[in-house]
Ligand binder design. Structure first.
Ligand SMILES: [Zn+2]
Length: 278
């Protein structure tokens, strides 16, 4: 897609959502001058399953397909990184500007962190963290532990931060996963994450699991390479506005929609564990 087209789209979005936009010039992750490359990521088949309008499809293409040429961070990764920095800066009175520097921050290094499934380009920096518990679902790779979000092996009250990027939609019962994440967080610990999410519609359940069997309620829909139909990337949920109500029942919740264009399409969820005094 040409840059001119992107600018035209931004103009349309500005009209439709009456919002301001900020096009960042420096990548918040790698701190290089931000040269954006764009690829269409959402194929027609996925958009059809998801019942996306052309505009919603374009939204998700920006979210995933607009990337820093230097570090490959998508808008989703950039916003996730920005919010992690903001939370650390706010909670611990730090002043971290770029994600590449976060790992050298003394305060950040002392936090206990769970990265549940690889957070893309952010993992490149997080992996140097001395107190990081990094896991993948069904990992068979030596050195990478395997965790199931519906049955985490961690003890109660273990982590200051749990970080996750577009995973919950692939979990058979996300309510159980949220309960598990809440359990392993320390009091006032924070769960920072993304899911594909459309605020203008209710959540759609596409599949469920009964015992060990996966039952498709709607046609099987897959993220990643749609046609490789990777089992782990089967979509169980297409999240909508009611998802936020669920979060608010369990956590002290905010949605960080960064002001501007990038925030509009790649919101970040921030959930703090309530103190026991609640
Ligand atoms: Zn970058």
């Amino acid at each position: 897609m040409k840059f001119k087209q992107i600018l035209e789209d931004i103009e349309n979005l500005k009209t439709e959502f009456a919002t301001l936009y900020d096009f960042v010039h420096i990548c918040p992750i790698c701190a290089n001058f931000l040269e954006v490359i764009h690829n269409d990521i959402i194929c027609d088949e996925l958009a059809k399953d998801w019942n996306l309008s052309p505009l919603q499809k374009r939204f998700f293409n920006y979210r995933e397909g607009c990337q820093c040429k230097n570090c490959s961070s998508s808008m989703r990764a950039m916003n996730l990184g920005k919010v992690i920095m903001e939370i650390v800066n706010l909670k611990y009175n730090q002043n971290i500007q770029f994600f590449k520097d976060i790992i050298d921050n003394k305060q950040f290094r002392q936090l206990s962190i769970a990265e549940v499934n690889n957070c893309g380009p952010l993992h490149h920096y997080l992996k140097r963290h001395p107190n990081l518990s990094y896991s993948e679902f069904n990992s068979t790779i030596s050195g990478i532990s395997s965790e199931n979000l519906m049955k985490l092996s961690y003890k109660n009250d273990t982590f200051c931060l749990v970080i996750m990027s577009d995973v919950l939609e692939h979990v058979p019962d996300y309510n159980i996963a949220l309960t598990e994440i809440n359990r392993v967080l320390k009091t006032q610990g924070v769960f920072i994450f993304t899911v594909p999410y459309l605020i203008e519609r209710p959540t759609v359940i596409r599949a469920k699991k009964s015992k060990e069997e996966t039952i498709n309620i709607k046609k099987g829909s897959y993220h990643g390479d749609y046609f490789s139909k990777q089992k782990d990337l089967l979509v169980f949920y297409e999240f909508g506005y009611d998802f936020v109500f669920k979060l608010k029942k369990m956590f002290k919740t905010s949605i960080y929609a960064h002001t501007g264009y990038s925030g509009l399409i790649a919101s970040i969820f921030v959930c703090e564990k309530w103190s026991s005094l609640r």
